[in-house]
Design a protein around this ligand. Structure first.
Ligand SMILES: Nc1ncnc2c1ncn2[C@@H]1O[C@H](COP(=O)(O)OP(=O)(O)O)[C@@H](O)[C@H]1O
Ligand SMILES: [Mg+2]
Length: 251
């Protein structure tokens, strides 16, 4: 019987007890982070350029010599490095967001459509509880789609055959009357060990053999760029729920 060890994580606030840094110190830290971003973006571009050449030559070599087993290993590793560098680039230099009115139900449905192959392959049941009567937010639909795809893919990867993937939305109103759109993506997968919950959104944190550990870091960045929050709640061995809240569009 799985122990009902519930754990949550939202990476929202700095560790309690730390005095708030002075404004100047905060600005300096932001500057340093921005510089680091520019530097890593430059580095990632250089690496990608080199990789394109290497990849083309390895592909050519493999075309000429199909038995080159080692070549396939190189090809496989190149693909993996490429994925890491592309994701790094998204974290370091995510590109300008283009904010418009986005219908969250449409973006969720579209993301589900794109993931139909792995969902059907695992015979996963999809349940939709779209309860929000208004599903619009101001946001960048490509970035939001990327967030949902990352979360849905993680959910599918965490489940064996015949799992259930549940997507829910609802509107809630805060004390100040501000309306928030809540989005939940829940799976009946492996769950997350309590000691890992706090580390989920750290770049490069992964428990997968071929994982990059960048998916959730990207989600976190995107959602905070939308003035929202993202948190995870899990019962190890049983289920995981990711909850996102975003300010609902006015009107
Ligand atoms: N739905 C989920 N169920 C169980 N574990 C999850 C789920 N989503 C994320 N995780 C855990 O969080 C880690 C980080 O996820 P992510 O940042 O997407 O990187 P990756 O998928 O490449 O490992 C995963 O390796 C896994 O341990
Ligand atoms: Mg992932």
């Amino acid at each position: 019987m799985p122990t009902a060890s519930k754990a949550t994580s939202d990476l929202k606030s700095p560790a309690a007890g730390n005095p708030a840094p002075a404004a100047a110190e905060k600005m300096e830290r932001l500057d340093r982070l921005a510089n680091l971003g520019v530097l890593s973006a430059g580095l990632a571009h250089e690496i990608k350029n080199g990789m394109v050449a290497i990849q083309t030559f390895v592909d050519l070599l493999l075309e000429k010599n199909q038995d080159a087993e080692l070549g396939y290993i190189v090809q496989h590793e190149l693909k993996r490095i490429n994925a890491i560098v592309s994701q790094m680039l998204q974290i370091a230099a995510p590109g300008p967001a283009s904010f418009q009115t986005v219908h969250i139900h449409q973006v969720l449905d579209h993301s589900l459509r794109l993931l139909r192959p792995p969902i059907s392959a695992k015979m996963i049941t999809v349940e939709k509880n779209y309860r929000a009567d208004a599903d619009t937010v101001r946001g960048d639909d490509a970035q939001l789609q990327q967030t949902f795809m990352n979360l849905l893919l993680n959910a599918v990867e965490a489940m064996g055959p015949n799992g259930t993937l549940t997507l829910g939305t609802e509107i809630s109103a805060g004390d100040d009357g501000a309306r928030t759109l809540q989005i939940q993506i829940q799976d009946t997968g492996t769950g997350i060990a309590p000691e890992n919950v706090a580390r989920l959104f750290e770049p490069f944190f992964t428990t997968k053999k071929n994982g990059t550990g960048l998916g959730l870091a990207i989600c976190h960045r995107i959602i905070h760029g939308h003035q929202g929050t993202i948190r995870a709640q899990s019962q190890a061995g049983k289920s995981t729920t990711f909850s996102i809240s975003l300010p609902a569009a006015a009107g």
